[in-house]
Design a protein around this ligand. Sequence first.
Ligand SMILES: CC(=O)N[C@@H]([C@@H](O)[C@H](O)[C@H](O)CO)[C@@H](O)CC(=O)C(=O)O
Length: 320
Amino acid sequence: MAFPKKKLQGLVAATITPMTEDGEINFSVIGQYVDYLVKEQGVKNIFVNGTTGEGLSLSVSERRQVAEEWVTKGKDKLDQVIIHVGALSLKESQELAQHAAEIGADGIAVIAPFFLKPWTKDILINFLKEVAAAAPALPFYYYHIPALTGVKIRAEELLDGILDKIPTFQGLKFSDTDLLDFGQCVDQNRQQQFAFLFGVDEQLLSALVMGATGAVGSTYNYLGKKTNQMLEAFERKDFSLALNYQFCIQRFINFVVKLGFGVSQTKAIMTLVSGISMGPPRLPLQKASREFTDSAEAKLKSLDFLSFTDLKDGNLEAGS
Ligand SMILES: CC(=O)N[C@@H]([C@@H](O)[C@H](O)[C@H](O)CO)[C@@H](O)CC(=O)C(=O)O
């Protein structure tokens, strides 16, 4: 396919890569995982092999297999499967981009190389352009996550004239809290049909006001339904209700962030909420502690996030 029938919008789950206790990829649960996202969370778009998926901790061969499994299991169930193909090696990135096209993915995304770094916009664009050219029929998304890559080139600057260099450019995945940069990306590209996908789940409502067309995040794996309710309230212009949902989601994220929150903890929470074993993370990450999981479970229960019922007044009022 050349370009998606419709623009990537709404929630996109940054998928976890399930693993066995001995550190191998557990492909056997991916079909069940797809069904869970669609049926229980109302999430029909996924972002594979990104930060949450430990993409940079997998071998190229594993990344290919993981991508293939999600595309296969998501067929006729998911709307769009975006594969993150960023790597330190341009060659590896190109190989993964080409592979994503071959298996019928709906798009590719790339982060800035983060060891030997591009220091200017033009150098970064040149790198991205070479990767995009390896999959010329696939929509291309730039994955901006400066806190993890250390590449601080502003997204606004990068987007300026990007279609001249990367004709397949389709959107931005913005995982940063700089809403001035994000807002300017939207404002300066209003004439384009780009997707503006926000990646800081606890601040999504602010980004919606700023023009986000969708969101990619780890919490949509298990808080997708709640976040969809926030999106619906926002669509209806019921901003007060939307804010209540965002505050409720923030109470949970704020709680786990204080305990120490990252990919390992996401795996533990998802296992707890979905009942599908995500297994441990791969080194250098460490498995979440029992104490973390117990505390997270208690918080989820207190916020009524485990029962998938609509928000109750008590939740909306509770401060904690
Ligand atoms: C740094 C990080 O992992 N950020 C997450 C967020 O979803 C994040 O977990 C959430 O906002 C909670 O802080 C996503 O932006 C990452 C993501 O989309 C990915 O896995 O590629």
